[in-house]
Design a protein. Structure first.
Lengths: 114, 111
């Protein structure tokens, strides 16, 4: 398994601002994923980020709202842009287990937008 | 499309009770199946997995068997503890290695 850290662990932000969430892995991984978990809900995949290529977004999510960077095999960022209270969620990154179909998750970033 | 359906919570049990959380899935092909657990204030942790029919995943006293004939992957534990209180997610991986999650079942264990 991989050890994954996220920064910040939580934040309270004002409407209209942007927040960048960092995800760091202790080993090189091919695929990294970003999920959103709205209060009391399950996880929804936002996008898949492979190193060296554009992120692939799921239906309902767009790059202008959730730009993603993947500069190397151990790091990724997700930006939540022009935030509104509806963006209040836990944002989690995950990585694929090498040569398995298991994903391992970071501790999450709890975002509250006022 | 692929989907996961799990029993709605919350589920409240007394300590040492037997636990079952039902999970059924719809998928093309033969997905891998997972149970993830989210303890209060923490991220998701993989609890157990099974990759083919009749496989049994097990961890921390929890078990689940991949039943292709009933498309189910029910989670069971013979004697729950207060520390098992958490939200449990059933999930499957599709052929693109994307994880599809159920809605989660909140479990409360009373001392």
């Amino acid at each position: 398994s991989a050890v994954i850290s996220q920064k910040p662990s939580r934040d309270i932000c004002q409407r209209g601002t942007s927040l960048t969430i960092q995800c760091q892995v202790d080993s090189q991984v091919t695929m990294m994923f970003w999920y959103r978990q709205q209060p009391g809900q399950s996880l929804t995949l936002i996008a898949t980020a492979n190193q060296g290529s554009e992120a692939t977004y799921e239906s309902g999510f767009v790059i202008d709202k959730f730009p993603i960077s993947r500069p190397n095999l151990t790091f990724s960022t997700l930006t939540v842009s022009n935030m509104s209270p509806e963006d209040s969620s836990i944002y989690l990154c995950s990585v694929d287990g090498q040569r398995t179909d298991t994903q391992y998750f970071g501790p999450g970033t709890r975002l509250t937008v006022l | 499309g692929n989907s996961v359906t799990q029993m709605e919570g919350p589920v409240t049990l007394s300590e040492e009770a037997f636990l079952t959380i039902n999970c059924t899935y719809t998928a093309t092909g033969y997905p891998s199946l997972f149970w993830y657990v989210q303890y209060p204030g923490e991220g998701l942790q993989l609890l157990l997995k099974a990759t083919k029919a009749d496989d049994k995943g097990s961890n921390k006293g929890f078990e689940a068997t991949y039943r292709k004939e009933t498309t189910s992957f029910h989670l069971e534990k013979g004697s729950v503890q207060v520390s098992d209180s958490a939200v449990y997610f059933c999930a499957l991986s599709d052929k693109e290695d994307k994880i599809i999650f159920g809605k989660g079942t909140r479990l409360h264990i009373l001392p």
